[in-house]
Design a binder for this molecule. Structure first.
Ligand SMILES: NC(=O)c1ccc[n+]([C@@H]2O[C@H](COP(=O)([O-])OP(=O)(O)OC[C@H]3O[C@@H](n4cnc5c(N)ncnc54)[C@H](O)[C@@H]3O)[C@@H](O)[C@H]2O)c1
Length: 260
């Protein structure tokens, strides 16, 4: 196989990145990596409180589309994809990097998780990816790549990950089923499973610093990952070099998940 790959490899690609809260966000690493490799960006922020933190990052990345997006609001989802359709007429890359659960439900253990808390965590952290995929797919006229962020706690029990474990397991399964359903139109779908990173979302987990210390100690590669490690992995998967890879849950964790 000979690939005719443009340089930079994502030149001209249009990417929607959701889930940037600040410069520590995994989504920011993705946006920066895509931009470094030539993509144009649409960036969203989750409400007015988040806007001042995200806006300077979107400006630095020269994102022509910058819009509010609360994943629980179908009107905001519709507005983002309608604008992309109007301005770009197409989309190549989607990043869903969003997770949320009510604090008491997140920190109280699965046994005590309320039905409402479980449903809210599942809706914002998992089904919102399906909603985004539904709107993104028609815009991926020449194929495309979709990403969502999972964690090792989907497949193994990680102390204090609690309700997010089952939610991420469902999310990884959604990525596989979407990969199956969208494969015929050339759309590839991946869950990415980063090792622990000190972000705002992670600060909601009890004893998160312990996870960081343990991951650094157990990683065959000997150190923690950073957001650019995750970003460049997604960028690679979005290029034609990875055109036959789909439905994967790809660990970007320095190898921690292979350890007993
Ligand atoms: N930090 C880690 O150690 C780690 C490891 C593996 C996976 N992840 C996953 O990576 C993803 C990104 O998290 P992060 O660590 O970069 O933290 P982060 O706090 O920077 O990002 C989480 C994002 O979710 C957004 N969000 C929450 N509720 C929302 C809603 N209703 N609508 C729209 N956006 C909403 C927040 O605004 C924020 O931008 C999450 O899915 C998380 O579970 C994180």
């Amino acid at each position: 196989m000979t690939l005719q790959v443009q340089t930079p490899p994502l030149k001209g690609a249009k990417a929607l990145v959701t889930g940037i809260a600040n410069e520590h966000s995994i989504a920011y690493g993705c946006a920066k990596a895509f931009r470094d490799l030539g993509a144009e960006l649409a960036i969203t922020y989750a409400g007015e409180k988040a806007k001042p933190h995200v806006e300077p990052l979107a400006q630095a990345l020269e994102a022509p589309i910058f819009m509010p997006l609360d994943a629980s609001r179908q009107d905001e989802l519709d507005a983002v994809f309608a604008r992309i359709d109007r301005e770009w007429g197409a989309l190549d890359i989607l990043v869903h990097s969003i997770a949320w659960a009510p604090k008491d439900d997140l920190q109280g253990g699965l046994l005590n998780c309320s039905a409402q808390g479980f449903a809210a965590a599942m809706d914002i952290s998992c089904h919102s990816f399906v909603r985004m995929a539904r709107l993104a797919a028609p815009l991926m006229k020449n194929g495309g790549t979709m990403f969502t962020m999972s964690y090792h706690g989907a497949n193994k029990v990680v102390a204090n990950y609690n309700v997010m474990g089952p939610v991420k397991a469902a999310l990884e399964a959604c990525a596989r089923y979407l990969a199956f359903e969208l494969g015929p139109q050339g759309v590839r779908v991946h869950a990415i499973s980063p090792g622990p990173l000190k972000t705002r979302a992670a600060s909601g987990l009890k004893d998160f610093d312990l996870l960081l210390t343990e991951a650094a100690a157990r990683a065959p590669l000997g150190e923690l990952v950073d957001i650019m490690d995750v970003g460049y992995t997604c960028a690679f998967l979005a290029t034609p070099y990875a055109r036959r890879v789909s439905g994967e849950t790809l660990y970007v964790d320095g190898g921690v998940h292979i350890m007993a």
